[in-house]
Design a protein around this ligand. Sequence first.
Ligand SMILES: [Zn+2]
Length: 150
Amino acid sequence: MSGGAQRYVPTNAIKSAVAGHEIHVLDALGISWRIGRPHIHCPYPTHTDEHASWRWDERRVRAFCSCITGAHDIFNVVAAVERLDFSATKVRVAELLGRPDLIIHTMGVHSPQEAHARVHARRTVLKGSGVLDRKQGQSVQACTREPAVP
Ligand SMILES: [Zn+2]
């Protein structure tokens, strides 16, 4: 996805901001990890979980599931749940944490959609000019002169 390029979150800033607050991100995503014993049904759209296979390990600060090779950190979880690339995931984590101050807006616009709309509008503005419609054969000369005074 290239649409998120206009919003940027520095990796170090978001990593230190989310440290110790991972469960807030899980809660904000609506993942009911607390009801697991310890597993819940996998929240990833790519995994049709017949059994409850996914769990969040608070001590290790990682997620485990039969669909995961190794473990997922909080960024991996957000990326998997919302199908985002890493750049967009950092922005999403900042939003979920309630830290919009970490999001840097570039190009002076507030959303990728707005940036796209502006560029698109600029491209199409000159395309619609039609052929000039001329009247032909009518050469009307209006006489505006006053009669000459002798
Ligand atoms: Zn899974």
